[in-house]
Design a protein around this ligand. Structure first.
Ligand SMILES: [Zn+2]
Length: 133
C-alpha cells in the first residue's frame, strides 16, 4: 500500500513543505543567487535537513509558550516529517535554479546565466558602462 500523501512521505511532510519549506527554499535561492552564501555547500543532505529543520522549528515554536500542551502536540506533528525528503527536494531545486544565477560585477544584482555564459553586468550597469566609454 502506498502511504504517500500527494507525492510526499506523509501528511506532515506534505504540509510542512507546502506551508513553510517551499517559501524558505525560494528565499534561500534568492539569497544564494545574491551571493550571500558563497561558502555554503548544500551538497550534504544532512546539513540541508538540519538547516530546514531548525528553520521550521523556529517558525513553529516562536508563538507557542514553552512547556505548553500545544508545543508538545506541535513536536509530535513534526516528528512525522521526513526531513531528508524535504532536503533532497531543496537540493534538486537548487541544482536547477540557484546555479543559474551569478551577480552583476558592478551592483551585484542577480543575473541569470544563459547556456553556461555569465553576462558580467546587468542591463542597467551595461548602459552605464557604455555611457562612460
Ligand atoms: Zn548591475
Amino acid at each position: 500500500m502506498d502511504n504517500k500523501y500527494n507525492g510526499w512521505a506523509n501528511y506532515a511532510t506534505w504540509r510542512i513543505q507546502l506551508e513553510i519549506v517551499d517559501d524558505y527554499v525560494h528565499m534561500l535561492t534568492n539569497e544564494i543567487a545574491e551571493g550571500q552564501y558563497d561558502d555554503w555547500d548544500w551538497s550534504d543532505v544532512a546539513d540541508v535537513a538540519d538547516t530546514i529543520r531548525n528553520y521550521v522549528d523556529e517558525v513553529i515554536t516562536q508563538d507557542i509558550p514553552n512547556d505548553s500542551l500545544a508545543l508538545s502536540y506541535a513536536y509530535a506533528f513534526l516528528s512525522d516529517v521526513d526531513w531528508y525528503e524535504l532536503a533532497t527536494h531543496a537540493q534538486e531545486y537548487w541544482e536547477e535554479n540557484a546555479k543559474q544565477f551569478t551577480a552583476c560585477d558592478n551592483c551585484e544584482a542577480p543575473l541569470e546565466i544563459i547556456e553556461g555564459s555569465a553576462p558580467g553586468y546587468c542591463n542597467d550597469c551595461e548602459k552605464l558602462m557604455e555611457v562612460k566609454l
